[in-house]
Every structure is written in structure tokens, then in C-alpha cells.
Design a protein around this ligand. Structure first.
Ligand code: GDP
Length: 137
């Protein structure tokens, strides 16, 4: 079964909406199969966001994701990579559809509440970063 990696980012944890966010995934028939909460090290943040290194927003992104605890989850379900991206909403605020998590709760392009893997390849890479002991393809 397809899996994806989700991060509930510091701004969402600070807003007390972890439960609201997880409910939206569960209501879409996706199953939480791993979950943890931690304050992210710069090293892990840099590994996770390595494709953005050198971009103008990179430092702001690393500062943000490391500022207070996040919640990391693995979700499982049919077509879950695309489903979760749809539930989360677009990267650009002007493209976020009503009802998406980002449209409802994001404060801007950086403080946007959630991350989710964007492909099968990135889900495999990201699950290894956040849950190195997770067994089961
Ligand atoms: P996502 O999959 O929608 O989270 O987007 P990406 O993986 O492409 O980018 C990671 C994060 O970097 C996004 O969630 C944004 O917070 C941030 N980001 C991406 N593009 C931009 C940009 O053009 N400007 C700024 N300020 N931040 C950006």
C-alpha cells in the first residue's frame, strides 16, 4: 500500500491544530501508521530540505522548521501521496483552494502548517530520514 511522509510544522503545533489536521487525513480514509513529535535539529532540517539549498528562502525555511517541535507521521492508503498533497493545498497562497489545510490555517508561504512528500521517490527518501527504523515497504 502507498505511503507518504507528513510533517505538521511548528506553526501548526503552536496553533494547537495537530488533531484537526490528522482528522482531515483520517476522514479521507488514510491511516496513521507511525507518529512522533520532536524539535528538529538543523542537520535533519538540512537533509530534508537539501533540494532547496542555495535558494533565497532556504535559511528562513530552516530557521522556521527548527524553531519549535513538529509532528512527523507516515500515512498509508490508496493514492495517498496525491490525496495528502490535495488536502494540504498548494505551495503558493494564491493557488490554495478553499477547504485545504493551508488555506484555512497558513500564515504565509513559509508558515504553511504542513509538508507532504510529492512523489513515491521522495516518500521513500523522507520516510528514511524521519523514521530510520521503520520497516515495511
Ligand atoms: P511544498 O511541497 O508545497 O511544501 O513546497 P516545496 O517542497 O517546493 O518547498 C518547501 C517549502 O519551502 C514550502 O512549503 C514553502 O514554505 C517554502 N517555499 C517554496 N517555494 C518558496 C518560494 O518561492 N518563496 C518562499 N519564501 N518560500 C518558498
Amino acid at each position: 500500500m502507498e505511503k507518504t511522509l507528513v510533517l505538521i510544522k511548528p506553526d501548526a503545533v503552536e496553533q494547537n491544530i495537530i488533531g484537526n489536521i490528522i482528522s482531515l487525513y483520517e476522514e479521507a480514509n488514510l491511516k496513521v501508521i507511525a507518529l512522533k513529535m520532536e524539535k528538529v535539529s538543523r542537520e535533519t532540517a538540512e537533509t530534508h530540505y537539501k533540494e532547496h539549498k542555495g535558494k533565497v528562502f532556504y535559511q528562513e525555511l530552516i530557521d522556521f522548521i527548527t524553531r519549535s517541535p513538529i509532528c512527523a507521521l507516515i500515512l498509508e492508503g490508496e493514492n495517498c501521496i496525491a490525496k495528502v498533497r490535495e488536502i494540504n493545498g498548494a505551495t503558493k497562497p494564491e493557488e490554495q483552494k478553499p477547504g485545504t489545510i493551508r488555506k484555512k490555517y497558513a500564515k504565509g508561504i513559509t508558515e504553511n502548517c504542513v509538508h507532504a512528500s510529492d512523489s513515491l521517490e521522495s516518500s521513500k527518501r523522507e520516510i528514511k530520514i524521519w523514521f530510520p527504523n521503520f520497516k515495511g515497504e
